[in-house]
Design a protein around this ligand. Structure first.
Ligand code: BES
Ligand code: ZN
Ligand code: ZN
Length: 480
């Protein structure tokens, strides 16, 4: 159950409440007692901007907007989400089940950012714990107001559900979600949000000769899947579809180029985070009925050193006929994405966006704080994507994409090799993918932010669901 945001006309003085106002507010009009007003005034004098009053049956939080005055629009939105994280923690610590936000002097967008911050902070992945003592108690967020925009609230609820679903998919271990069950999860999402889901099985993938996906799957006991999702409203704003592609490596051992344990393999169930991002973005877009034609493609398998595993030195013929010399079986993401990018050509797409936990190099470069991106999309699309990155705080850093890097993946015996040299690892991976496109395209390497080991505000810990909010914001703006 995800946390629900509700609209309510009247404020309820039994419920814990967040008041967002300015220093000059008349405290007595909020129903505070004299000692409470004195306390508030003392705190404000001491330059506090977030004050909690414990009224025994409930908590009342006062946030002064002066704290955010010097921030620009999108940093203010992020500050409000962070405020939501603080409020969520306090409510759960006191075991309350509701919070209302009233008496605000802020915009509706900012109000929704607080609610979003609360709801996303309220996510837990505790299904496998026998002892549920630490289970959060918060269930409902009430926004007090009579002329609040219902659509905005509804869209935020949908988005929260989508992000939590993406986090669930990432957090489920590979013994629960393999390539086949992952595609079944996508079917369930399609049913719930009313979009089409078709899953190609191993036989179909073989008859298409998707050499990259099949090569990575050779070491596995479980067949690969290739999922095609499509949402097409009656009169979409776009003539040619937007195609999303997500890396669906349900577990990455590295294959024969085995990753060293324990550190580098521990979180590799997250290697399908790109697929979770695109499928759950699709879910949100379809459920919110955005007027945009979107297709999402997910090549899925695990990457293992099984008996028959693909091997360093192998030459693989890809779906489009190009050949690849495999020099590291741990560079498997690009092998499966390449075939999906080739498949995308048949749609004559307006734009293709791929999401992948592709390289340690991207994570090393900027950490968990942003998404590395690169590609050939038009400047207008790049700008719109970067704006969405700022709006959602899923910030984009565009890496150089100069031709020089293509030389680094030249092979003596095949059209290319699947690794570059010691430098520019995120970029050479992108350059590899570029060999399989004939349309405007942008590649997003989410290896840094997809899975984090300690709590980071409303992003939580473990699977973050990164990419879902970015994509939803982008499509929402494109569809306008
Ligand atoms: N799945 C990994 C990348 C990754 C690393 C994701 C850390 C999340 C966190 C990917 O398949 C991989 O192993 N990449 C190699 C490529 C190299 C062999 C060229 C890497 O980055 O080391
Ligand atoms: Zn790998
Ligand atoms: Zn991988």
């Amino acid at each position: 159950m995800t946390t629900k945001i509700n609209i309510t006309a009247k404020s309820n003085n039994q419920l814990s409440t967040l008041i967002v106002t300015n220093k000059k507010a008349k405290w007595s009009t909020f129903g505070f007692s004299k000692p409470e007003v004195a306390y508030l005034e003392k705190k404000i004098k001491a330059a506090d901007t977030f004050i909690t009053i414990n009224q025994f049956e409930r908590l009342v939080f006062v946030q002064l907007i002066e704290e955010f005055e010097k921030k620009n629009d999108y940093l203010t939105l992020e500050a409000y989400r962070t405020l939501g994280n603080k409020v969520c923690a306090a409510i759960n610590a006191h075991k309350y089940d509701s919070i209302q936000i009233s008496e605000t002097v802020i915009t509706e967008e900012q109000l929704l950012a607080i609610a979003e911050g609360i709801a996303l902070s309220n996510y837990q992945f505790i299904k496998y714990l026998s002892d549920k003592k630490g289970k959060f108690t918060l269930k409902n967020i009430y926004l007090v107001g009579t002329n609040l925009n219902k659509i905005g609230v509804e869209q935020t609820n949908i988005l929260i559900e989508a992000v939590c679903e993406a986090r669930n998919l990432v957090n489920e271990p590979q013994n629960i979600i393999d390539a086949v069950s992952l595609s079944n999860e996508f079917k369930k999402l399609g049913k719930k949000a009313n979009f089409k889901v078709e899953v190609l099985n191993k036989l179909q993938i073989e008859s298409l000769k998707m050499g990259g996906l099949l090569a990575v799957n050779l070491g596995s006991q479980i067949p690969p899947t290739f999922t095609i999702m499509e949402y097409k409203p009656a009169k979409p704003k776009n003539k040619k579809p937007l195609v999303l592609v997500g890396k669906g490596i349900v577990y990455d051992t590295g294959g024969l180029s085995l990753k060293p344990t324990p550190n580098s393999m521990d979180s590799m169930k997250c290697d399908m985070a790109g697929s979770a991002a695109v499928a759950c973005a699709m879910f949100a877009i379809a459920k919110a009925k955005l007027n945009y034609h979107v297709i999402a493609l997910v090549p899925a398998t695990d990457n293992r050193p099984g008996e028959n595993a693909y091997t360093p030195g192998d030459v693989i013929t890809m779906y489009d006929g190009q050949t690849v010399e495999v020099l590291n079986t741990d560079a498997e993401g690009r092998m499966v994405l390449a075939d999906a990018l080739t498949y995308a050509k048949k749609y004559k797409p307006e734009l293709v966006l791929d999401f992948a936990t592709l390289t340690g190099a991207a994570a090393a470069a900027i950490g968990q704080y942003g998404i590395v991106c690169m590609g050939t999309a038009a400047e207008t699309h790049k700008t719109a994507l970067k704006n969405s990155g700022n709006n959602t705080h899923e910030r984009l850093v565009e890496f150089p994409f100069w031709d020089d890097y293509s030389k680094l993946i030249k092979s003596d015996i095949a059209d290319m090799k699947n690794i570059g040299g010691p430098v520019g690892g995120a970029i050479t991976a992108g350059k590899f993918l570029e060999k399989f496109i004939d349309y405007p395209w942008m590649h997003f390497d989410i290896a840094g932010p997809a899975f984090i080991n300690s709590n980071d505000s409303y992003r939580g810990k473990m699977g973050t669901g990164v990419g879902v909010r970015l994509l939803f914001d982008f499509v929402k703006n494109q569809a306008k």
